[in-house]
Design a protein around this ligand. Structure first.
Ligand code: FAD
Length: 510
């Protein structure tokens, strides 16, 4: 008997650990709602998690089994379940953050301490990635800190196909599973630990408010819908449109990859099909659509677009290996400067940034999209992060905490990676003096202001040129054009100089 512990792998398909457990079987699947993890979650993620768990449970029910749902400390629940089942093995897929690794070590110790000689073998697998974080290193044997070199190795390595899906014969049937849980449930200290078969709490039971943003379809079904619609056409024009927020032409798979409702091997296999179609010229319709539309003069190359999408999958694994090798960078700068960076403690501008009321239209559009959709386009994440850390000189950890609460796709490695990149404290080789200009970024990536006006209603109907020149308009003009929209809270040109001086001081050059 194998106890399989689901964590960030909320699926039965393409699940390496689950598929390996099926080799011995029968499998007893469980998930533990861990307060230590929930402490760092925000409402959009908790809702997506609960909906995905319901789908996972139903996938087991369709196979004649069910999902055991525990709430409490996994270091107590996993040994209790293993003991009651007389499990031969406890199997799970590895987590790579410092917190996940500490928790897993604690669970393993507690299994050994409480069950002694009866303790099941612990078997762990690499599942969340195509290449495990320790497997791609420089020729000298060091972990990579420069993406371009990492990417070359990642790209050229063979990729495993999707792992096989267990069938009903591999799983413990629901009746036996219920009998085991009834036995344990009677002995539990019900106050802080609960175990049930398939019963999920509501979001309010977990102490979270209903999110402001509308839900999206969760679980593997939602993820597969997004993947199949993406590889139909958008993947072939990804290179040209991935930076255009109004085009909504990216895969939207980040929450799925983050919670593991879809496996990376399945996503990669879809890119292989797409690559074949692109190479055979079958992607021409998707490209013709774009060329007939309003794509500037940009060349659209389907093969290189598929490759570009794969490189984003590699970015995800790059940041994961950075975090794996440097777990402390979740709260500390990756790059060390001579002196501490003199971040400003400025609650008013921070609050204006969070509300999307900075008077910089593309920044405000992004921050409002975050509230209303629990999401933000990648290009705009870079712009708002640069604005917070360079224009407002606020510590990136403030922005990270806000994103962590509001993003549905929050993922420690990617979020820390993205923030430290923008703050010039990360692995990135780019120097600190790269500071995004929010006006030219808006003009370049949202020339018609379609994205801006979707999220900032006060600017609807305003000439896009005026929107992109908002910082230069005099107060009377602003009042006449869009009276409800705020004036810029800071002067970008001035703040750029301040940021340069601050970083030069941190480098010991001032
Ligand atoms: P696509 O463009 O379709 O890319 C496919 C997948 O590749 C994504 O789903 C994601 O898993 C991965 N990916 C894409 N871009 C990046 C990137 N720059 N870094 C790492 N992986 C990437 N991504 C998260 O998944 N979670 C986060 O919490 C997160 N926080 C970010 C914070 C900042 C400040 C910045 C600048 C970026 C952040 N990103 C984060 C990366 C990126 O913005 C999102 O992954 C992307 O917007 C998700 O949209 P998509 O699924 O349509 O991506």
């Amino acid at each position: 008997m194998d106890l399989f512990w689901h964590r960030r792998d909320l699926r039965v398909a393409d699940n390496v650990g689950l598929s390996a457990a099926a080799d011995h079987g029968p499998i007893v699947p469980c998930f533990v709602l861990d307060d230590a993890v929930l402490e760092y979650a925000g409402p959009p993620r908790v809702r997506y998690l609960l909906a995905s768990l319901a789908e996972l449970r139903d996938a087991y029910r369709e196979r004649g089994s069910d999902l055991i749902v525990g709430r409490g400390d996994p270091a107590e629940i996993i040994p209790q379940l293993a003991a009651a089942l007389g499990a031969d093995r406890a199997v799970w897929n590895r987590g790579y953050s410092g917190l996940a690794r500490e928790r897993d070590a604690r669970v393993e110790e507690s299994l050994a301490a409480s069950l002694g000689a009866e303790s099941p073998d612990v078997e762990t697998h690499h599942d969340a990635v195509l290449h495990d974080p320790d497997s791609i290193r420089t020729n000298k044997g060091d972990p990579y800190s420069v993406f371009t070199y990492y990417w070359k190795k990642w790209r050229d390595r063979d990729k495993a196909p999707p792992a096989s899906t267990p069938s009903s014969g591999d799983l413990l049937d629901a009746e036996r599973l219920r009998a085991v849980v009834d036995d344990i449930a009677a002995d539990l200290d019900a106050d802080d630990t609960t175990i049930s078969v398939g019963t999920l709490p509501t979001i309010a039971d977990l102490g979270f408010a209903e999110p402001e943003a509308d839900p999206i379809s969760a679980g593997t079904a939602g993820a597969r819908d997004r993947l199949s619609s993406f590889v139909e056409a958008d993947i072939f024009r990804y290179e040209a449109l991935r930076d255009v927020p109004a085009a909504s032409a990216t895969s939207d798979l980040s929450q799925d990859l983050s919670f593991g409702t879809i496996g990376p091997r399945e996503v990669y296999a879809a890119t292989e099909d797409a690559m074949e179609r692109a190479a055979a010229g079958d992607a021409d319709d998707a490209v013709a659509d774009l060329e007939g539309g309003d794509a500037d003069s940009e060349e659209v190359d389907p093969v290189s677009s598929v490759r570009e999408f794969r490189s984003q999958l590699a970015w995800r694994e790059f940041y994961l290996q950075v975090l794996f090798h440097n777990p402390g960078t979740v709260s500390r700068n990756y790059k060390s400067y001579e002196h501490p960076i003199d971040w400003r403690d400025d609650p008013d501008t921070l609050a204006a940034w969070k509300r999307g009321e900075t008077g910089y239209p593309i920044v405000d559009a992004g921050m409002r999209q975050l509230r209303t959709e629990a999401d933000m386009h990648n290009r705009v994440r870079m712009i708002v992060a640069s604005f917070l850390t360079k224009d407002l000189l606020v510590d990136w950890r403030e922005g990270y905490a806000h994103f962590r609460e509001h993003l549905r796709d929050h993922d420690t490695a990617n979020d820390v990676g993205g923030w430290q990149w923008a703050a010039s404290t990360g692995t990135d080789a780019q120097p600190y003096f790269r500071i995004f200009n929010p006006m030219t970024q808006g003009e370049r990536y949202d020339p018609d202001a379609g994205y801006i006006t979707t999220h900032v209603p006060e600017l609807r109907g305003v000439d896009p040129d005026l929107i992109h020149d908002w910082h230069e308009l005099d107060p009377d003009r602003r009042e006449a054009v869009a009276p409800a929209y705020p004036a810029p809270i800071v002067d970008h040109a001035e703040r750029r100089e301040d940021a340069l001086a601050t970083f030069e001081a941190a480098r010991g050059e001032a």
